[in-house]
Design a protein around this ligand. Structure first.
Ligand code: AMP
Length: 220
């Protein structure tokens, strides 16, 4: 098994690039944000512990998230994976290294998507999401044909509460404080690769593919 990691600020295109890796290279996508939202929806004991943190946009305590990721990898650890949203702290990064070593997972590159802050702010503040199917739009760069209505399913578009201008700056600041430490962690291990995310989707994807050696089984 090989596992790559992807890092990027909110609005950096991390979700889009992860989907491309999944579609074109049959990578399996593990997103801790999604796993947590699912646990909350299913009202598991982890979900009930994590709920207040997720609702407030705060980091869920390390031991809960680490336990969840361990469980996920213990269940199935064959094939190729892209891990998204984890690690978010140095302790999580340490624990993940231990887990990979224990399970003999090949350690792929840690991909850091970069993007100027002013572009991130514009992307996030203008983002609108369909209530029914979850598709993303942008008021300037990707508007729906009809104002406020999803082109695909006719659902109503809304702005996520944490995409409001007054919240966006905080989210970006919190992300970059952690990213500095994680980038250092993976740089020291020779596995950090930086990709300029401020270009067309396919250009960014081509760089990720090459820099992270996705076709050569993650050997870098
Ligand atoms: P995301 O979808 O990646 O933006 O994650 C949504 C929320 O889940 C975050 O705001 C955190 O509350 C929580 N979360 C996701 N991943 C982690 C993690 N690795 N460590 C702590 N909290 C996390």
């Amino acid at each position: 098994m090989t596992c790559w990691l992807i890092f990027g600020a909110p609005g950096s295109g991390k979700g889009t690039q992860s989907s491309l890796l999944v579609d074109r290279f049959s990578l399996r996508h593990i997103s801790t944000g999604e796993l947590l939202r699912e646990a909350i929806k299913r009202e598991t004991s982890l979900g009930s512990k994590a709920k207040e943190f997720v609702d407030q946009g705060k980091l869920v305590p390390d031991e809960l998230v680490i336990g969840m990721v361990e469980e996920r990898f213990n269940e199935a650890n064959e094939g190729k994976y892209i891990l998204d949203g984890f690690p978010r702290t140095p302790l999580q990064a340490e624990k993940l290294e231990e887990l990979f070593t224990r399970l003999k997972v090949r350690k792929g590159a840690a991909i850091f998507l970069t993007m100027p802050t002013e572009v991130l702010v514009r992307r996030l503040v203008g983002r609108r999401i369909c209530k029914s199917c979850g598709r993303s739009y942008h008021v300037e760069s990707l508007p729906p044909k009809q104002f406020g209505i999803c082109d695909y399913c006719g659902g109503e578009l809304y702005q996520r509460s944490d995409d409001r201008e007054e919240v966006v700056a905080n989210r970006l600041e919190a992300y970059s404080a952690n990213e500095v430490k994680l980038r250092q962690f993976y740089s020291e291990k020779g596995r950090a690769v930086e990709v300029n995310g401020n270009r067309g989707v396919e250009e960014v994807f081509a760089d990720i593919k090459a820099a992270a050696r996705v076709e050569s089984e993650g050997v870098i």
